[in-house]
Design a protein around this ligand. Structure first.
Ligand SMILES: [Fe+2]
Length: 183
């Protein structure tokens, strides 16, 4: 499966532009993480790109979400490793996260939301001027973007990254695709 095929399938299954942007942001951070960790950039990118492809189809039913997504990814030709990471990123199923790819997707997912929220409270609403340290500050404010699960983000330690480095890597990766994110 090429990236273009994955993107076409996302366009066919997802109408919500913000959800598409969330998946693009997840892709960008997963690619940057793969580079940092010496992993397969293409595989990690695709995992991030496809991970919520079923969100509208499942009507956000958490008992189905990510099961259907993993099946769709496999139908598109994704590897078992990619499908497994997608499947276990929804903790509702209680499927253990085993590989580094599984663990990476799980902690990256909420980081995108925290960073986007940190951008949106800036007067210019632009990623360009956002500093990692201000995201770090927001991280500590529990009521800020409360949906961005801090414990889950902190699991970056399981893939060998300190929180500060993880946030910085995420901010830089998203800056690289700022235009696509409209931020
Ligand atoms: Fe997600």
């Amino acid at each position: 499966m090429t990236r273009e095929e994955a993107l076409n399938s996302i366009k066919a299954n997802v109408e919500n532009g913000n959800l598409v942007k969330h998946m693009l942001a997840t892709e960008a951070i997963m690619q940057a993480l793969a580079r940092r960790l010496g992993e397969d950039e293409e595989e990690w990118g695709l995992t991030g790109l496809l991970h919520d492809i079923d969100m509208e189809l499942t009507g956000e039913d958490m008992n189905v979400h990510s099961k259907l997504g993993a099946d769709l990814a496999k139908e598109l030709g994704a590897s078992e490793a990619v499908a497994h990471a997608i499947l276990c990123h929804n903790p509702t199923h209680g499927i253990p996260r085993e590989t580094r790819l599984d663990k990476a997707l799980f902690c990256v997912d909420p980081l995108t939301g925290l960073i986007i929220a940190a951008v949106l409270v800036r007067p210019d609403k632009k990623l360009a001027g956002l500093e990692a340290k201000s995201v770090r500050k927001r991280f500590k404010e529990k009521s800020f973007a409360a949906g961005a699960n801090r414990e889950q983000i902190s699991l970056c330690s399981e893939i060998g990254l300190e929180l500060d480095e993880f946030i910085e890597l995420g901010v830089e990766a998203m800056k690289g695709i700022a235009a696509n994110l409209g931020l």
